[in-house]
Design a protein. Structure first.
Length: 45
């Protein structure tokens, strides 16, 4: 099952959280994106 979390994550300055987002986006299970359009595109491949 794939999950996408949509939001503006730039306001969270935690380095560990930013690294978590980066690593999550490299995989195929969970993605953090900025818009619904990006969410659809992420898993439509």
């Amino acid at each position: 099952m794939q999950s996408t979390i949509v939001g503006d994550f730039r306001k969270y300055q935690s380095k560990s959280f930013q690294e978590f987002i980066f690593e999550s986006n490299k995989g195929k299970q969970v993605a953090f994106v900025n818009s619904i359009v990006e969410a659809v595109n992420k898993f439509s491949d």
